[in-house]
Design a protein around this ligand. Structure first.
Ligand code: SF4
Length: 357
């Protein structure tokens, strides 16, 4: 990506090989690539001024032609309860995205966005209400991680694409970002600990299997009956459950990997014994784990399943041979679910602009 306002090359978009070509085109020796990778990913420099392994003239040339940052921090909110920290960033073109750090025992999860907005309109999701604005470049995905690394209390153990957007509808940039994040000469993040989460773009699940990408896959399932799923997640109209599960089975057999099903528990909507039985049926002989997450929507039509019922649901799955965990609701008081901080911020800005605040 060439950044609009600075008219510079955005080096977070570049793989190590591309950086190598780029600097050679500028007349620099190939061995400089390693020094530049160190500056970007180990020192986490925001520009090349501090890259003292390079001469001043090389640093000046790089600063003139290339950039390492395009984000402005708009808002950061930290939960007093559990440390969950949510960030709202303004991109180079003024559009905004969110990222979240979630602390859970030893786990530190960076939840990142892949698109600005989302076209898929899941009914319980604030991002879905924004509609789709654009894909993020791979560098914009990487920048979220670098900036959160600077702010996190402890190093990240997991990166999940569960922020704004549907990652499998931005597959090329998402996969490239995963490779950049896991480059052994850069951040060297464990490939297995990077999870791409989809709401059910069935053909892309198959494509991912054929690419043999060494990353983990999660599927946001949330309903196990077709009609109910279509109501909650209109993506199911194009890619029905049966097709999705078939393609997940293909993915598992092709890659030999286990998948994760995310299942948001909504009180009285998808948390009955009938739902649990159907979930068991759908996941029969499918190597998987199931994360049960009490719903975190701001929409009163989608209240969270109470804790005791969520525990019952998990136990019921356990007793029938499934690995199921109830994930705690994290950061609910800071609007930590996808798109909520954005929505809240836009409302406030709107109020300010109209003088209603
Ligand atoms: S839950 Fe994910 S896929 Fe669904 S509308 Fe929200 S961002 Fe898009």
């Amino acid at each position: 990506m060439q950044t609009d306002n600075l008219n510079k090359n955005y080096l977070l978009d570049y793989s190590r090989e591309e950086i190598n070509h780029y600097i050679q085109d500028m007349g620099m020796a190939s061995y400089r690539t390693r020094q530049i990778m160190q500056g970007i990913y180990i020192q986490k420099l925001s520009d090349f001024t501090g890259l003292t392994t390079l001469s001043k003239s090389l640093r000046d040339t790089l600063n003139e032609k290339a950039t390492l940052r395009t984000f402005k921090a708009i808002k950061t909110i930290k939960s007093d309860n559990d440390g969950t920290t949510k960030f709202l960033w303004s991109l180079n073109d003024g559009l905004k995205i969110e990222s979240v750090i979630i602390y859970e025992g030893d786990r530190v999860t960076f939840c990142i966005s892949s698109q600005v907005g989302c076209a898929l309109d899941c009914q319980f999701c604030s991002t879905g209400k924004m509609g789709f604005l654009r894909n993020l470049s791979s560098g914009e995905i990487v920048e979220q991680v670098i900036l959160m690394m600077e702010q996190a209390e402890r190093p990240a153990t997991n990166i999940v694409y569960m922020g704004m957007g549907e990652p499998l509808l931005n597959l090329k940039n998402v996969i490239k970002a995963c490779y950049i994040l896991s480059d052994p000469e850069g951040l060297a993040f464990s490939r297995k600990k990077i999870t791409i989460s989809t709401s059910g773009i069935a053909p892309a699940v198959r494509k991912l299997a054929d690419m043999d990408a060494p990353f983990s896959l999660a599927i946001s399932l949330n309903a196990v009956f077709e009609e109910k799923r279509r109501l909650l997640m209109p993506v199911s109209e194009n890619f029905p459950l049966e097709m999705l599960i078939d393609n997940i089975r293909y993915y598992v057999s092709k890659t030999g990997k286990r998948v994760t099903f995310e299942y948001i528990l909504i009180d009285g909507i998808n948390d009955s014994k009938k739902d649990a039985d159907q979930l068991i049926k759908l996941t029969n002989k499918l190597p998987c784990k199931i994360n049960l997450i009490p719903c975190n929507s701001t929409d009163p039509r989608y209240p969270p399943t109470p804790n005791d019922r969520a525990k019952w649901f998990a136990d019921y799955l356990h007793q029938r041979g499934r690995t199921a965990t109830v994930r705690l609701r994290k950061g609910w008081e800071i609007q930590a679910a996808c798109g909520q901080l954005y929505a809240e911020n836009e409302i406030k800005i709107g109020r300010k602009n109209t003088g209603d605040d």
